[in-house]
Design a protein around this ligand. Structure first.
Ligand code: WT7
Length: 655
């Protein structure tokens, strides 16, 4: 905690305040008494009004700590709420997605009626393959229209899914398929990535070869890249889906129970094995649609763009389910921000007159680095609200975002939440909250957040830092870890018996505003992506030449944190630039490119305590270029001096 506290002291010196603009406030979705509502009354009302139920719920919630249930007794279908009802309500011609492919001029406007046709055809095709209520399905795709269509079609059939980010390796994909017990995989030939085709199907093939329960694989042709199709197992999407009926009555929406499992999202924890975070149906949908409506001030005519990937929870909640449930028009973009040039995002905003942009601090800092001239080439005056998510945002990036992108007038909503929380938990609401650059400000109504001290007592406002906890259940709360009750209790509920432990440090200032300080466990946050130190260490020692590895993060001006690995090689091998590249690629292959260490320091030995534990804290001091802390418990204090000397030598080479 000490180290996180150092960062927060700099943050707390931030004194800029941005009170709400009266003109914005006058038209905002939030009533003046938004924060004074009784949580149960609020969630009861949102649940009844925001969702169309096949059978209304009879009990708001049940709290049998650590397991919550919400909207008990209700029957509903997510696809019906996100698609069919809008068509029935006369909104069929409204655009659901302005889809923008990476190749220039590859664009498609998908209306709610189009979306329904596509979803019904896909669901009929899936049914023909044998997918039905309860069938577990894995999806491994990029940002193509078939991605939301697939998730909605699975929701229509009541088939729980896990969507794996397209940047993950065959091992990561296979591990998730096996852990969930998926019988089907839906993927694409290759994805467009900065003008080249990045193959997905070969990775899927390797993953499937190690997944004995997998029955069949459906493949979308996106790039036309040559790929292998295994007879009897693999089929093309267009062969199975295109000829199906698109009449909604040919494939009715399954009646699901409020608490039926909706999806799993795997996320890194403090051990090598990713956790299957369980989300259920009604609470999740209510939580994400409600927060989407108020946090981004969504109106019927709003054009909204969440520039995340559907493969992360941000994409599930705020590209697919929240916005569609609210019948919002979204932009969805397939490619990278610098293709063909660094103004691609701003060009998209100008073309569609985007009102809300939601992205991560790492992207904002990248655009800052590229320079304001790219944004200045475009008319961004349509923007009304800017959102940030994924990691703490430094005040400098916050102010640049508001001034350069938002023309100095837009509220910036810094939204704190997690895969586990499913929905935004701590955030300003535009029009009501006085903004402070670097602070996520206030818990959303019905979210009981606190910072606890070591003894599990809430730290009074304005008096120090503590553990971020949530004391009461919220609708989109995860319902545990898939098949791992022990790990669920141990990870989140053992430090404090009466509160959910988020794993972040937090400080509450004199106004009661929250300042999130980053992870306090062995979880790293690289460009808003969560990775565990142990996961990366395991990937390194999986290489035949590596004897030992220790991984820490250091701060990085663009990616927030960057991965630093300390490695000892087997026998008398010496580190070399070639070996460094080989090890980085190996980590990329085992986990995925996002996990590649930024630096690798080769060492003869790693600093160990006398009881044989690697002293990560000291390695972190080296990585951060800080004065070395206490080395007295080390078995051989000279080791860390030696490593520091090597790291310094490396760093001076880079300069
Ligand atoms: C971790 C959760 C929420 C979707 C994306 C990441 C960090 C997230 C913020 C924020 C400070 C933030 C936390 C959290 N985080 N948003 N606004 N300010 N930190 O989801 O992969 O589950 O990661 O991201 O450390 O615990 P995730």
């Amino acid at each position: 905690m000490a180290e996180a506290t150092q960062n927060i002291d700099a943050l707390m010196a931030e004194e800029r305040r941005y009170p709400p603009d009266p003109e914005f406030a006058a038209q905002a979705n939030t009533p003046a008494d938004f924060y004074d509502q009784d949580p149960d009354t609020f969630w009861e009302r949102e649940g009844r009004e925001r969702i169309s139920w096949f059978k209304p719920f009879d009990t708001l919630k049940q709290w049998d700590r650590p397991y919550a249930k919400w909207y008990l007794g209700g029957k509903l279908n997510v696809c019906y709420n996100c698609v069919d009802r809008h068509v029935e309500n006369g909104q069929g011609d409204k655009v659901a997605y302005h889809w923008e492919g990476e190749p220039a001029d590859d664009r498609l406007d998908i209306t709610y009626a189009d979306l329904q046709s596509r979803v019904v055809r896909a669901a009929n095709g899936f049914k023909q393959l044998g997918i039905g209520k309860g069938t577990k399905v894995c999806v491994y795709m990029g940002m193509i229209p078939e991605a939301p269509v697939t998730l909605l079609a699975l929701a229509r059939l009541g088939a729980p899914f896990t969507f794996v980010f397209g940047g993950f390796s065959a091992d990561s994909l296979g591990g998730r398929i096996v852990d969930m017990g998926c019988e089907y995989l839906i993927t694409q030939d290759a994805a467009n990535r900065r003008g080249t085709a990045s193959a997905l199907k070969p990775i899927a093939d390797e993953a499937m070869s190690k997944s004995p329960n997998l029955k069949s694989c459906l493949v979308v042709r996106r790039t036309g890249t040559e790929i292998d199709m295994t007879e009897g197992r693999d089929q093309w999407w267009h062969d199975v889906v295109d000829g199906q009926s698109d009449d909604a009555s040919s494939c009715p929406c399954e009646e699901m129970d409020s608490e039926d499992m909706f999806f799993l999202m795997y996320s890194s924890g403090t051990t090598g094995k990713p956790k299957g975070i369980v989300h259920t149906t009604a609470g999740y949908l209510t939580g994400v649609s409600t927060t989407h409506h108020y946090v981004f001030d969504i109106k019927p005519e709003t054009v909204y763009w969440c520039a995340a990937d559907i493969g992360w929870i941000t994409g599930h909640s705020y590209i697919v389910f929240g916005p569609l449930c609210n019948a919002t028009t979204s932009v969805m973009y397939e490619g990278l921000p610098d293709f063909p040039d660094k103004d691609r995002w701003w060009e998209i905003i100008e073309r569609y007159k985007v009102n809300v942009l939601y992205t991560a601090p790492t992207s904002i800092r990248t655009h800052m680095k590229w320079g304001a001239e790219y944004a200045e080439r475009h008319d961004l005056s349509s923007l009304k609200v800017l959102g940030s998510v994924g990691e703490p945002i430094n005040p400098e990036a916050w102010v640049w975002y508001r001034d350069t992108i938002g023309g100095g007038k837009t509220p910036v909503v810094d939204t704190w939440w997690q895969t586990e929380t499913g929905m935004i938990m701590v955030t300003p609401t535009p029009g009501l909250t006085t903004l402070k650059p670097g602070s996520a400000t206030q818990p959303f109504p019905g979210v009981m957040a606190a910072a606890y001290d070591e003894q599990g007592k809430a730290i009074p406002a304005g008096s120090g830092a503590g553990y971020m906890v949530i004391k009461e259940p919220w609708p989109a709360m995860f319902r545990g870890l898939y098949n791992d009750d022990d790990r669920f209790r141990e990870t989140y509920w053992s430090r404090f018996p009466d509160a959910y432990l988020a794993g972040d440090g937090a400080r509450v200032d004199e106004d009661g505003d929250f300042w999130l300080m980053g992870r306090i466990d062995d979880v790293m946050n690289v460009s808003g992506h969560r990775l565990s130190t142990i996961e990366v260490e395991s990937a390194l020692v999986d290489h035949p030449d590596v004897a030992q590895a220790a991984v820490v993060s250091r701060s990085d001006p663009t990616t927030g944190q960057a991965i630093v690995a300390y490695v000892t090689l087997r026998g008398d091998q010496q580190g070399s630039p070639e070996k460094l590249i080989e090890l980085r690629d190996h980590v990329g292959k085992v986990i995925g490119p996002i996990a590649k260490p930024a630096n690798i320091v080769f060492a003869d030995t790693l600093p160990m305590t006398r009881s044989g534990k690697i002293m990560r804290r000291l390695l972190k001091d080296v990585a951060e270029n800080r004065a070395l802390g206490d080395t007295t418990t080390l078995a051989d204090p000279a080791v860390v001096q030696e490593i520091k000397a090597r790291a310094d030598a490396e760093a001076s080479k880079e300069d």
